[in-house]
Design a binder for this molecule. Structure first.
Ligand SMILES: Nc1ncnc2c1ncn2[C@@H]1O[C@H](COP(=O)(O)OP(=O)(O)OP(=O)(O)O)[C@@H](O)[C@H]1O
Ligand SMILES: [Mg+2]
Length: 384
């Protein structure tokens, strides 16, 4: 297996995840779901593998929606995916085609919905999905990657109400078409997009969906991936298993960094070992060009938390400096000495938000960074 950080990985090279995938199919038997994780954790790999090898009885369609900026564009994208599938069965999305033809009054030649159809996107979406549901037997799973990004794009270009309307409409379709399952995922947390739309939301448009977290790889899978990549790259190792384990542990089992690290190891001459792994991690975390984009963990705090950014910083600085973690009482006492003087409720709310955004974990009442590598970078970047 060759290192390919961030690239397209064939399904057979998606390591581990079998239990997770089984669990997702089980959930999809009954309901739709939101798949969330820290960026680069391997969400897209999981759903692409599921699309390539669907469970019998399911038809799975994958689409990256990052470039979509309007509801009609979204419907057009779904229509194309549906027709691509139907054409393999020698069929077409007739209801949607007829509707588009009737609404616009001209024959729809190519699959491009003209802008005049924009007010009718809901009807077109329902017709498109009905075309698929009624023309084959399998249950339909729509894996929609980067849906939060699409919603942000729609919010920016078409206005907040259009984004809200789309979410509401998708929810309504999940109710009226029980053969359909939707899987939402993306590199931005859906909760951030939903809270930016909150002004207009009188109800939660995804509260019928199961929320599932994609964790890092299990240590054995992470080390297995590292070993397969070390071998695939023909890297000479003094201690192959020890080196693979150092890679897996050093980057908290996050597959993207495993690929990246092995790619860097391949550029070194001579046999490599755990010490080289360690040196490369340090280099990536401290290099001025920030090759792993760790600065993102600092920069996004303002976007995520607005005027609560100083409190988030104080909490993370405090936790970063204490390897064993701190209790809630200790933390609130330590924060009293800072300019923010936060009350316990403010601290509690901030901790909950930081936990949801994968910075912090508070198991058994002791708060620490969730990912040791992010803590390590935080300390290096902020001279703690
Ligand atoms: N299970 C896996 N086995 C092997 N490599 C993986 C696995 N999961 C992810 N990768 C590696 O990590 C890279 C990033 O994975 P992926 O694009 O699935 O992450 P993501 O969570 O969707 O990221 P983003 O948040 O940026 O959308 C892949 O290109 C691949 O190199
Ligand atoms: Mg992705």
């Amino acid at each position: 297996m060759r290192a390919n950080p961030g690239g397209e990985i064939p399904p057979e090279e998606v390591v581990g995840r079998d239990d997770l995938i089984r669990r997702i199919w089980r959930i999809l038997e009954r309901q739709s779901l939101v798949l969330q994780a820290e960026r680069r954790m391997g969400k897209s790999c999981v759903i692409k593998k599921m699309t390539a090898r669907p469970r019998p009885g399911f038809l799975a369609l994958y689409r990256d929606l990052e470039g979509v900026k309007a509801p009609l564009e979204f419907v057009e994208t779904v229509f194309r995916d549906v027709e691509r599938h139907l054409s393999r069965l020698g069929k077409i999305a007739g209801k949607a085609r007829n509707l588009a033809h009737k609404l616009r009054g001209v024959q729809l030649g190519k699959v491009k919905f003209p802008r005049e159809l924009a007010p009718n996107w809901k009807l077109l979406l329902e017709a498109t999905l009905r075309d698929l549901v009624t023309q084959q037997e399998d249950r339909l799973v729509l894996f929609w990657d980067e849906i939060p990004y699409m919603l942000q794009n729609i919010q920016a270009r078409e206005g907040e109400s259009q984004a809200v309307d789309l979410l509401d409409n998708l929810r309504a379709l999940r109710q009226t078409l029980p053969e359909i399952r939707m899987v939402f995922t993306g590199s931005i947390g859906l909760h951030h997009v939903l809270s930016s739309l909150r002004g207009d939301l009188s109800h939660a448009p995804t509260n019928d969906m199961y929320v599932l977290e994609v964790p890092p790889l299990e240590e054995a899978d992470a080390a297995g991936l590292a070993l397969a990549l070390l071998e695939g790259e023909g890297i000479r190792c003094s201690d192959p298993r020890g080196t693979a384990l150092a890679v897996a542990r050093g980057v908290d089992g996050v597959p993207f960094y495993i690929h990246h690290l092995v790619d860097r190891l391949a550029a070194l001459s001579g046999p490599v070992g755990p010490a080289d792994v360690e040196a490369l991690i340090e280099e990536n975390l401290t290099h001025p060009t920030d090759p792993w984009h760790m600065g993102h963990y600092r920069e996004r705090l303002r976007v995520y938390y607005g005027d609560r950014e100083p409190l988030a910083l104080e909490i993370l600085d405090t936790l970063a400096a204490r390897p064993g973690g701190v209790s809630f009482d200790e933390l609130t006492a330590l924060l009293q000495a800072t300019p923010a003087h936060p009350g316990p409720e403010e601290v509690r709310t901030m901790l909950a938000d930081l936990a949801r955004d994968h910075y912090v974990t508070g198991k058994r009442g002791i708060y620490t960074f969730l990912f040791p590598m992010i803590r390590r970078w935080w300390r290096l970047a902020r001279d703690l």
